[in-house]
Every structure is written in structure tokens, then in C-alpha cells.
Design a protein around this ligand. Structure first.
Ligand SMILES: Nc1nc2c(ncn2[C@@H]2O[C@H](COP(=O)(O)OP(=O)(O)OP(=O)(O)O)[C@@H](O)[C@H]2O)c(=O)[nH]1
Ligand SMILES: [Mg+2]
Length: 301
């Protein structure tokens, strides 16, 4: 299966539901608006957000003189593409090493995503260092080391139970002295509601900044798409603790319904950097808003 096919397959349920509404061919009536907004809410976009989107949607339908379900459907797709398009200026001369800190709750796919990102960067000829700042979970260091070996990345770790901030510091120093283009720091999965664990992350961030003031250059929150709206609470807490610059949404190949991407970008106005569509090393895609909306809402001409 191709990348787009896999995403499409994952989001099939939402798409089928919406196709049924549009294809029913009825008038542009309340029933249509209701069915479509229900489908988006069921897809994890969040009721409050869907209400706001639909206020805007109705206004635009009026102004544009849209009169059929088909046209309205095309319009809402364009609106969602706009919502999902968050661009950040790219740096012509990115600092070296470019430091990416990867955070998120337990089991969302942080370490796997780091492995996939390392693979992609190595394919572009970049020198990569992976830093094992998850010193908490048994086996976490070894898990990252396997990815480092597989991708030909440098690897910096201490022992299980070591101070995560100290590992981050070591990794920064090593990445600098070895001339790495990119350093990616893995962190322990932590529940966003556990204050002491969030404090530990803040400490790590302080240590990184003390080492190199412009770092980290990217703070990526990884969320599991199948957890639906709970990802919003996670993002709120992590954003408050460390200030997020980007998102990764994983497990879009599973039973995810996709609306969480819209909810997250609307709320935080930060880009979705990557999406995960499988467990394999190549199963990471750049986020393409238009392709995403096509996969989620379908293409009924
Ligand atoms: N289907 C699917 N599985 C994924 C994806 N990304 C990660 N996984 C799986 O999710 C599980 C957890 O992945 P990890 O990378 O260990 O997650 P983590 O966030 O590092 O977990 P902790 O370090 O324990 O917090 C593994 O079985 C991965 O293979 C994805 O995009 N799709
Ligand atoms: Mg991990």
C-alpha cells in the first residue's frame, strides 16, 4: 500500500460517513449541516470547534451563493485545508546541530518516530545524533540504540535511572564536537497531569538552553491519533510546560478518525510536522493538508 493509500485506509470510516451524506443528493438544508457536523464531531474534531467552523461555513455559503450539497462539500474541504495549513519560515542556514526535543505521554510513538526521522535525515545525507534522555522506562535506552544502529546515527546515553537533563547536556556536547547536523532527544513518556514529571521536563529544557541559548530548535509533541480528543489535553499541558513548536500525529493507519489534526492546529496554530502511518521505518510522512483532507473527507468530484 502506498503512503496516501495507507492514510486513506486509516481514515476510511470518516470518509464513508461523509460520502453517504453528500451523495444522498438532497438539498442544502439543516439535515445536511447537521449530518456533516455530526460526522466531523464523531471524527474527533471537537464539538465547540465544529460549531465555530460551521458558523463560518454557513456565512461563506451565503456570500458565495452556494446552493448544492456538492458545492458546499467542496467549500468545507477548502476551509479545512486552510485550517490545517500552518507555515513557519524555514531557516536558510539552520544552526548546527539542529536540536529537536521529542515529548509526549506514554506509548504514543515518540521513540519510533525518532527512528523514522533519523532514517529520513540519513537518507538526506545528514549526520544525526540520537540522545537517550528517556532514562526512566526499562529498555528505553536499548530501544533507541537499535534505531541508532539501524539508521547509522550516533548514539549518546547514560545508564537507566540517570538524570535526563544530564543526558541531554552530554548529547548536546557530543553532537557539537562530532559535527552532527541534527540532534534528536528522546524523552520518557509522561502523563501530562503528573506535575513532578512535567517539572522534570522543564528542568531538561533549562539545561539545554543553558548549554546553547537557541536550542532546542524544535519541540515536538507526539500524539496518538486513536486517543481522539484526549490529545487536546495533552497538548495544553505540554505546551504550558515547554512551549511546543510542532506536532507529530501517529497511528493514523489504525482506527483514527482524523479530526484531531484540525482541532490541534486550530487551537495551537503550530504545524503538524510529520504523521505516522505504520510501525515500519519508512512509515512517516510529511504532513500535506490537502492530501489529509482528501483522505479524511474523500473526493466525490
Ligand atoms: N500502527 C502504528 N503503530 C505505531 C506508530 N508509531 C508508533 N507505533 C507503535 O506504538 C508503540 C509504541 O511506540 P514507542 O515508539 O515505543 O512509543 P513511545 O512514545 O516512545 O513510548 P514510551 O517511551 O513508553 O513512552 C510501538 O509498538 C510502535 O511500533 C504508527 O504510526 N502506527
Ligand atoms: Mg519511548
Amino acid at each position: 500500500m502506498g503512503f496516501f493509500e495507507r492514510l486513506k485506509d486509516g481514515l476510511g470510516k470518516t470518509r464513508a460517513q461523509i460520502a453517504a451524506i453528500v451523495k444522498s443528493g438532497g438539498a442544502l438544508d439543516e439535515e445536511f449541516f447537521e449530518a456533516l457536523s455530526e460526522a466531523l464531531i464523531a471524527a474527533d474534531a471537537g464539538a465547540g470547534l465544529v460549531d465555530r467552523i460551521f458558523d463560518d461555513f454557513r456565512g461563506r455559503i451565503k456570500r458565495a451563493g452556494v446552493s448544492s450539497r456538492g458545492e458546499a462539500y467542496a467549500l468545507i474541504k477548502e476551509m479545512l485545508v486552510e485550517d490545517l495549513t500552518v507555515t513557519r519560515p524555514t531557516e536558510d542556514f539552520p544552526p548546527k546541530p539542529w536540536v529537536t526535543l521529542v515529548v509526549g505521554v506514554n506509548g504514543v510513538g515518540k521513540t519510533t518516530t525518532i527512528g523514522k526521522m533519523a532514517q529520513e535525515l540519513r537518507g538526506m545525507g545528514k549526520k544525526v545524533t540520537l540522545g537517550a534522555a528517556d532514562t526512566f522506562r526499562a529498555g528505553a535506552i536499548e530501544q533507541l540504540k537499535v534505531w541508532a544502529d539501524r539508521t547509522g546515527s550516533d548514539f549518546i546515553a547514560q545508564h537507566e535511572g540517570a538524570d535526563a537533563a544530564s543526558v541531554a547536556f552530554d548529547a548536546m556536547e557530543a553532537a557539537k564536537s562530532r559535527g552532527s547536523d541534527v540532534l534528536i532527544l528522546d524523552t520518557a513518556g509522561r502523563l501530562h497531569v503528573k506535575v513532578n514529571l512535567m517539572n522534570e521536563l522543564e528542568k531538561m529544557l533549562r539545561v539545554i538552553k543553558r548549554n546553547t541559548p537557541h536550542a532546542p530548535n524544535e519541540i515536538l509533541l507526539v500524539v496518538d491519533a486513536t486517543t481522539g480528543q484526549n490529545a487536546m489535553n495533552q497538548a495544553v499541558a505540554f505546551n504550558e510546560a515547554v512551549g511546543l513548536t510542532g506536532l507529530v500525529i501517529t497511528k493514523l493507519d489504525g482506527t483514527a478518525k482524523g479530526g484531531i489534526a484540525i482541532a490541534l492546529t486550530r487551537r495551537f496554530n503550530i504545524p503538524i510536522r510529520k504523521i505516522g502511518v505504520g510501525e515500519g521505518i519508512e512509515d512517516l510522512q510529511d504532513f500535506d493538508p490537502r492530501a489529509y483532507v482528501e483522505a479524511m473527507l474523500g473526493d466525490m468530484g
